[in-house]
Design a protein around this ligand. Structure first.
Ligand code: SF4
Length: 82
């Protein structure tokens, strides 16, 4: 019998197996992403966006995807981190 292992979408620690990557060259620091996932994105008083957690917990998956879709400059990508 052939067993096929499905790849896990998150690690054993409950963290997503993707990395949050922001292209700071195109980020407009408008804080749209911060409004959706403040646990991960923060625009500070210096006007720059900071990624607080590059490997967020699984529970944030849907909101992260929404942030990717909602970013007006397309600056956010979720990169496979296998
Ligand atoms: S939504 Fe996009 S452009 Fe706006 S702060 Fe976040 S990454 Fe930058």
């Amino acid at each position: 019998m052939l067993l096929v292992r499905r790849p896990r979408r998150h690690g054993l620690d409950g963290r997503l197996r993707v990395k949050v990557v922001v292209d700071f060259d195109v980020c407009a620091s408008n804080a749209v992403c911060m409004g959706i996932v403040p646990e991960v994105f923060e625009v500070r008083d210096d006007g720059f966006l900071y990624v607080l957690d590059e490997h967020p917990p699984e529970a944030l998956r849907d909101r992260l995807r929404e942030a990717v879709r909602s970013c007006p400059t397309g600056a956010i990508t979720l990169v496979d981190d296998d």
